[in-house]
Design a protein. Structure first.
Length: 507
């Protein structure tokens, strides 16, 4: 299939700052909204507004594209909630084939996603009363039944959590056919509430936390021993390790345990299997920096190695490729990516920008707000460079004058090949000259660098861009928070589009 990736004459509009902007095609707008969806309140958009816009965009797009995008978001971007939203919306709109059941079976990869999807289905269909899930879509039922058959007793027990919908309720609702007697026995245990409590690091530490201790030293020793045992057992998953680095350090574990922690953090295969979003490493880095202790330096170095693996496959940026990496640190970018996160949107922009900078041989990096400022940074240390930019962000102010990045190039008559802007795309000119970005970029291409390309990395997905996304004008569009933006970048450089990777999904 082929999509009309770029509108030839994008409809003029205004962005959330009231500045002239351009709309995206329905495909690109849905892709951007999905790739940046935390489904929590943002600076310009409430969670309910984003959810409603997602529903409207699903209705405007081809069902197969929506399904492929949902799979791409789950399997490549490692997002969990928004693929379920797309599956539910598609179930409401699409009939006549097995697309929905195949999609549901593909995006539901953990038992708790079964109950999440059903809760989402209830909300989307405005169900209330005792039988909120009565007359569930047959295709959703079929897809969830296929999902049930993939989970073992440990997984079912681990994710059988309290909520509006329990796994037991889901089992009664979708009637999965057990593939053998052993699985039927598991289903029967789930119904009776008799699944064995699974051993997890959470249950282990929870038990320790509730135990009585004679002294604080005794408690410290118990937790130290527990962390050493957990690390040595290999049962502590990569994300759990990343989130508990501060706890492990403060427990005072042995040097041998810390060596194993650092080795696991820096292991390329472990990083790849963990499917971490790059900004998770920044969150861990900041937590570890706050801990006094001799092992901190080694952990920080391991985190630098780990995040470097995120961009190891990035190609096309040798010494001859002149690159500008510009990060938006305006007020609207200082918004948490989700309600429970300390990471801000501009942290995400800084992380992705510094990952890109780490792979470039000929690069200018900097940040913009009221002004654009180049900041000389060493190639390599991604997280340390992010912290340096973070420390200096107040030097440029908090407006959104992204056009100044290109204006400086134009005034200097400086030839570059790629201009990379990490932003929420809600750019405006604080001096009042609306629409200046497009004019400056056109002038730069016409008089200085005819082959230059501008890449807009959209980190918020509000549905508009500050200049027309047109390949013949050298303007490309990418959205998302993960290292997969670099796959999209590669596709663009090979004649594809932001949707090329989605189109490859086989359903």
């Amino acid at each position: 299939m082929r999509f009309n990736f770029f509108a030839r004459n994008p409809a003029p509009t205004v962005n959330h700052e009231g500045a002239p902007a351009f709309t995206l095609t329905p495909q690109l707008e849905l892709y951007a909204a999905v790739a940046t969806a935390a489904l929590s309140d943002q600076f310009y958009e409430k969670a309910d507004t984003r959810l409603q816009r997602l529903r409207e965009l699903v209705a405007k797009n081809d069902p197969l594209f929506v399904a492929r995008l949902a799979v791409y978001a789950r399997e490549q971007m490692h997002l969990r909630s928004v693929p379920l939203v797309l599956a539910v919306e598609l179930a409401r709109l699409h009939r006549g084939d097995s697309l929905v059941s195949r999609l549901v079976a593909r995006v539901v990869q953990r038992p708790d996603e079964i109950t999440e999807l059903l809760a989402c289905y209830t909300q989307a269909n405005t169900r209330s009363g005792m039988k909120t899930l009565n007359r569930l879509s047959k295709q959703v039922q079929k897809g969830l039944a296929m999902s049930f058959n993939r989970f073992d007793g440990y997984q079912l027990a681990k994710y059988d959590r309290a909520g509006a919908v329990r796994l037991r309720d889901a089992l009664f609702l979708v009637h999965p056919r057990a593939k053998d007697a052993a699985q039927q026995a598991l289903f029967d245990q789930l119904v009776r509430g008799e699944l064995p409590t699974p051993y997890t690091w959470e249950t282990e530490l929870s038990a320790l936390g509730q135990a009585p201790y004679a002294t604080a030293a005794e408690r410290q020793m118990a937790f130290r021993s527990a962390w050493e045992t957990l690390v040595a057992s290999g049962k502590l998953g990569y994300m759990a390790l990343l989130r508990n680095l501060r706890n492990i350090l403060e427990a005072g574990v042995s040097a041998a345990t810390m060596e194993q922690v650092c080795a696991t953090l820096a292991d390329e295969r472990a990083v790849a299997r963990s499917k971490q979003l790059p900004f998770r490493f920044l969150a861990a880095y900041r937590e570890v920096k706050a801990v006094p202790g001799g092992h901190v330096a080694a952990v920080l170095a391991a985190l630098e190695t780990a995040i470097a693996h995120s961009a190891v496959n990035l190609r096309g940026f040798g010494a001859d490729t002149r690159v500008v990496v510009a990060c938006d640190v305006s007020g609207s970018m200082q918004q948490p990516v989700s309600a429970r996160s300390k990471v801000l949107l501009y942290d995400v922009g800084l992380v992705l920008g510094m990952l890109l900078q780490s792979r470039c041989r000929n690069v200018v990096a900097g940040m913009f707000g009221n002004v654009w400022k180049r900041v000389a940074l060493p190639q390599g240390p991604v997280l340390r460079n992010v912290d340096e930019l973070y420390r200096r962000e107040g030097e440029v102010g908090y407006s959104t004058n992204g056009h100044l990045v290109v204006q400086e190039l134009l005034l200097r008559r400086e030839v570059v090949d790629k201009v990379m802007i990490f932003t929420d795309c809600q750019l405006w000119n604080s001096t009042g000259d609306g629409g200046v970005f497009g004019r400056i970029w056109a002038d730069y291409r016409r008089t200085v660098a005819p082959q230059a390309r501008l890449y807009l990395f959209d980190l918020a997905g509000h549905g508009s861009v500050p200049l027309a996304v047109r390949p013949e004008m050298g303007v490309a569009f990418i959205a998302g928070w993960s290292d997969k933006v670099f796959d999209v970048l590669s596709a663009l450089d090979n004649g594809g589009s932001a949707l090329t990777e989605i189109e490859k999904i086989d359903l």
